[in-house]
Write a protein that binds this ligand. Structure first.
Ligand SMILES: [Zn+2]
Ligand SMILES: [Zn+2]
Length: 141
């Protein structure tokens, strides 16, 4: 699926898997666990037009291509192939504005490594502080 905003690669913020756990569109608040799920969420919710798959025999609309082909073969006993379905673009009834938000991008290997290193350092610092606190509490210092 074509997503216009996804073309502005340089401007888009790099997704930080450790801290960016929600969709970055204001008021969306959808939890994101993986980048793939985020992209899927964005393409289902934050785009105005989506593709649907229409059964040529009965004009029923289905969201997924696979389901449409399955429908044609089960209901109409047709061959399971793309000639029995048609793709059309329709308004996305689930659409929620992105308020001009640029979607996250995955980042290069180097950018991801920098995030990982930063978090590793932070975790080490925290462990050091915790250790110190425990020692203080026990009266070792
Ligand atoms: Zn969202
Ligand atoms: Zn049908």
């Amino acid at each position: 699926m074509e997503i216009r905003n996804f073309e502005n690669t340089k401007l888009r913020p790099v997704w930080d898997p450790l801290t960016d756990r929600e969709c970055n569109v204001p008021y969306c608040n959808v939890q994101i666990t993986t980048f793939a799920k985020y992209i899927q969420h964005w393409s289902e919710i934050h785009v105005k037009k989506i593709m649907v798959y229409v059964c040529i025999a009965c004009t029923q609309r289905l969201e997924k291509r696979e389901r449409a082909m399955q429908h044609a073969s089960v209901v109409h006993r047709k061959e399971r192939d793309e000639n029995n379905i048609e793709n059309i673009e329709v308004n996305n009834y689930k659409y929620k504005s992105d308020y001009g938000t640029l979607p996250y991008r995955k980042g290069t290997a180097l950018e991801r490594k920098a995030i990982y290193e930063r978090e590793k350092r932070k975790a080490q610092e925290e462990r050091k502080l915790l250790k110190k606190k425990v020692e203080e509490d026990r009266g070792f210092i």
